[in-house]
Design a protein around this ligand. Structure first.
Ligand SMILES: C[S@@+](CC[C@H](N)C(=O)[O-])C[C@H]1O[C@@H](n2cnc3c(N)ncnc32)[C@H](O)[C@@H]1O
Length: 268
């Protein structure tokens, strides 16, 4: 077994925290055990050499490492209260006030795409035949290229669809054999995937109507979360919404967001 020294551990925790906002301070054993096979596969005998490799070869090696230490787990129709809120509040309000019929939505930390695609299905269901008069596309971003490759392929196991209404499964997927479901192009073509580290400045000029950032900030410490939430605030239109995971909160005194209901916040 290759041991992780105190210095190596502190070094990598600081590097990941500073560059990715992810807090690994309680993950010492996890790093040591999960990374063994990675080091061995690369013919390395100590963590210092591996971390040097990680630091040089940022995007590929870092995401491979973060994939081992964090989770990309997600599924269709996760935390349905947000899609209900879209149907009952957000989209009716857009119909009344959005005269340009243009909607900008961002799935930040999209993993393998289920959240973004569920959002498209929610809009297709809501608008029905009227949808052709609306211009809506979703931007979906993540640091993990591997997760986004899966998203672009649009092929999912039955497990990912188990919460999705059956009628949606039939309408938006083609079944492939017994275990796989292929997303139809009419849904897939409406999501644009881009790699983005949320710790970097956001490269988007036009503000968003709605941002999802669910189950991503669980890895971040409180100052990192606060800073990110303020960046989302700036990236939204006045009246725009932020959806976060149900186990997450926005601290009242550190942001200008207005609390709407659990895990839903509004700008102004
Ligand atoms: C558990 S998944 C959440 C997926 C989806 N939003 C949901 O709620 O089901 C967390 C995702 O956050 C991504 N992530 C973690 N840190 C990130 C960062 N600094 N920038 C961008 N994405 C990040 C991970 O790669 C992972 O795909």
């Amino acid at each position: 077994m290759i041991r992780l020294t105190d210095k190596e551990f502190n070094d990598i925790v600081t590097f990941i925290k500073d560059n990715y906002g992810i807090n690994l301070t309680k993950k010492r054993q996890l790093i040591e055990s999960r990374m063994q096979v990675v080091l061995t596969n690369r013919g390395l005998t100590n963590f210092t050499d591996y971390f040097n490799l990680v630091k040089q070869n940022k995007s590929d090696e870092i995401t491979a490492m973060l994939n081992k230490l964090t989770t990309n787990h997600t599924y269709f129709y996760r935390e349905p209260a947000h899609f209900e809120f879209m149907k009952n509040v957000f989209l009716p309000m857009q119909e009344k006030t959005n005269t340009r019929k243009e909607l900008r939505i961002w799935s930040a930390g999209c993993s393998s795409g289920e959240e973004a695609y569920t959002t498209i299905m929610t809009m297709m269901e809501y608008f029905g035949l009227k949808r052709t008069s609306w211009d809506y596309r979703i931007l979906a971003t993540d640091i993990s290229l591997k997760a986004m490759e899966a998203a672009k392929n649009g092929l999912y196991g039955a497990e990912s669809l188990k919460e999705l209404p059956k009628t949606w499964e039939m309408r938006y997927f083609n079944k492939q054999g017994n275990d796989y479901y292929e997303l139809k192009d009419e849904v897939r073509n409406q999501v644009i995937f881009k790699r983005l580290n949320l710790m970097e400045p956001f490269p988007y000029q036009k503000p968003f109507d709605l941002i999802f950032c669910r189950n991503v900030m669980i890895y971040f410490d409180q100052p990192t979360k606060n800073a990110l939430i303020n960046k989302f605030y700036d990236a939204l239109k006045p009246g725009g919404y932020l959806f976060i995971g149900h186990s997450e909160t926005v601290q009242r005194d550190t942001s200008e967001f207005i609390y709407v209901e659990p895990s839903i916040y509004r700008k102004g």
